[in-house]
Ligand binder design. Structure first.
Ligand code: 3NM
Length: 214
């Protein structure tokens, strides 16, 4: 995919696992897609997360929902699961499998990497990543081991250096603050709880789409 195609996909990037939901994750995902999410990441991590066959089954069901709506399905961290499902992509952190190995194993699929400084960004680009996630932009309690909140500083720094690479902001993003992230130079926003715990995931996703305004 080209940078421009990836940037379009990143607009409203919904991430979720079963422990991020109070209702059936399948319903949450369906509603979020109705509201306009542009890509979905299955992130089954943390307290109470499913493992083994149960994790696989949920991933498969969520992938089918994505396929029915032509929304790309990305797997967080678990390369074996991504390969087994023939997922559209894999997202990794700095502590996970190296990006160039993921790239080799999944071929043309989308590879995303979480980065926290310009050096990690440059490495991700070199390793063949398609986009990077930068965060936490705002305070979040969803990721227990998240780094210090950095606002939009790093996103601005990268754009000031004229690095034209697809960037998505993450951490504490809501319809109220999403515009700030895009104005700083991000191509889109990644969101977990603002959508997964919303009374209406559809409405929240639509508000985020509107706020991103692309
Ligand atoms: N990664 P919410 S912050 C998964 O900073 C994740 O890299 C982060 O959840 C990072 O939208 C985060 O509920 C959690 O704040 C985002």
């Amino acid at each position: 995919m080209t940078n421009e195609e990836i940037k379009k996909l990143l607009q409203v990037y919904f991430i979720m696992g079963s422990n991020n939901c109070k209702k059936d994750p399948k319903e949450v995902l369906k509603e979020a897609i109705e509201g306009g999410v542009t890509v979905f990441q299955f992130r089954e991590k943390g307290e109470g997360a499913l493992t083994g066959e149960a994790k696989y089954q949920l991933a498969k069901e969520l992938q089918q929902i994505c396929q029915q709506h032509s929304v790309p399905f990305v797997v967080n961290d678990d390369l074996d699961l991504a390969i087994r499902l023939q997922a559209d992509g894999v997202h990794i952190g700095q502590e996970d499998e190296k990006a160039h190995i993921v790239r080799e194993k999944i071929g043309k699929g989308i590879v995303g990497v979480s980065v926290h400084n310009v050096q990690e960004l440059q490495q991700a680009i070199k390793d063949g990543a398609d986009y990077v996630g930068m965060g936490p932009v705002f305070p979040t309690s969803t990721k227990k081991d998240a780094k210090a909140v950095q606002g939009t500083k790093l996103i601005e720094e990268v754009r000031n250096q004229n690095i034209d690479f697809p960037i998505v902001g993450i951490g504490g993003i809501t319809p109220e603050n999403a515009k700030q992230v895009v104005e700083a130079g991000a191509d889109g926003v990644s969101i977990i709880t603002a959508i997964s715990l919303a009374a209406s995931p559809k409405e929240k996703a639509a508000q985020l789409k509107e706020a991103v305004g692309k």
